[in-house]
Design a protein around this ligand. Structure first.
Ligand code: GLV
Ligand code: GLV
Length: 324
């Protein structure tokens, strides 16, 4: 009998096809939770689950007694309670590497869009407001030759630094748990303590994973350290930012504007104060969302799941202690 596995939410068709060759795969759209009887039933029997948006806490795991692997189709894995999973012998895997350039493109695009006010000016044209010369009140802010501060210098952070340094002649600063000497040399990047980075940067780009330590990393004190002229970009997770403090910083003119790909609650409500501000450019968490890259992530996630169910170490195991 084929082993039962669940595909949940954003799992590309190619990856589902591959898994179906070998497994009894049941697909869920990603809206289901434990209040859905069909989902609960499938979870009772599943040995693996692959997908995006799986909230794997203790209660979830209680409902999945045969589970051996949760393979998330994302680089971030703040949704996985790894300690609890390890206790129960459930492997956790993610999809790093394959999304670096795609995500860096999106986040750099967001930075450009925010600085040059591209979405706002697109509305200006389409709504017929462009009836004479462009008024000075619509001018933007230069990106090139400015200082870009990156918080969280993982592989995506590095791909952003590369674009800033080589493409836009920017000065690169970074803050990270560990120093990256090779990267300091390649991009002439300067390591800074957080408050120094905030005070010196024209663009602050937040790319750190969400952990208990980085929850609300950006709060009132941190926004107060930023220059009034500076722009804040979030490409990490909504919970790394205290959104109330961000709204206040924007309202008080402590910072110029913000570009956000992530929100504390997703999908964010159109009535959210951040969404209502013209000075905030919003995106629906598009970091890795291109067909090619989503295919690669889904296929890698399928490979991770398959390896665990075959008794092998998967390419991207997050809780090493789970393997014998
Ligand atoms: C996207 O946010 C990811 O974690 O892959
Ligand atoms: C995330 O920043 C990564 O390391 O890929």
């Amino acid at each position: 009998m084929k082993k039962k596995v669940i595909a949940y939410g954003r799992v590309r068709e190619k990856a589902q096809e591959k898994l179906r060759e070998k497994y009894d795969l049941q697909y869920f759209s990603g809206e289901e939770d434990l209040s859905d009887e069909n989902f609960k039933q499938a979870l009772q029997e599943a040995e693996g689950i692959v997908g995006l948006g799986i909230q794997a806490d203790e209660t979830f795991l209680d409902h999945a007694p045969h589970l051996k692997v949760i393979s998330t189709v994302s680089v971030g894995y703040d949704n996985l309670h790894l300690e609890e999973m390890t206790k129960r012998g459930v492997a956790g895997t993610n999809t790093p590497g394959v999304l670096n350039d795609t995500t860096a493109d999106a986040i750099f695009g967001l930075l450009l869009a925010t600085a040059r006010r591209i979405p706002e000016l697109d509305r200006y044209v389409k709504q017929g407001e462009w009836t004479e010369g462009l008024p000075e009140s619509k001018f933007g802010y230069d990106v090139h030759h400015r200082t870009l501060g990156i918080i969280g210098m993982g592989r995506i952070g590095e791909a952003i630094a590369k674009r800033g340094h080589f493409g836009f002649d920017m000065d690169i600063l970074y803050h990270n748990r560990s120093r990256k000497p090779g990267l300091e040399e390649t991009y002439n990047a300067g390591f800074r303590e957080l408050n120094d980075l905030l005070a010196e940067s024209d663009f602050v780009c937040l790319m750190t994973p969400l952990t208990p330590e980085t929850r609300h990393l950006m709060g009132r004190d941190q926004f107060a350290h930023m220059k009034n002229s500076s722009i804040f970009i979030n490409g990490s997770r909504g919970d790394t930012v205290d959104e109330t403090a961000l709204v206040e910083a924007l309202e008080n003119g402590d910072i110029r504007s913000a570009g956000l790909d992530v929100f504390q609650e997703e999908p964010v409500s159109p009535d959210h104060p951040l969404v209502k501000m013209d000075r905030v450019v919003t995106l629906p968490h598009i970091g890795s969302a291109t067909g090619e890259t989503e295919d690669k992530m889904s296929l890698l996630a399928a490979e991770n799941l398959d390896a665990v169910l075959e008794g092998n170490e998967p390419p991207n195991l997050l809780n090493k202690k789970v393997m014998p």
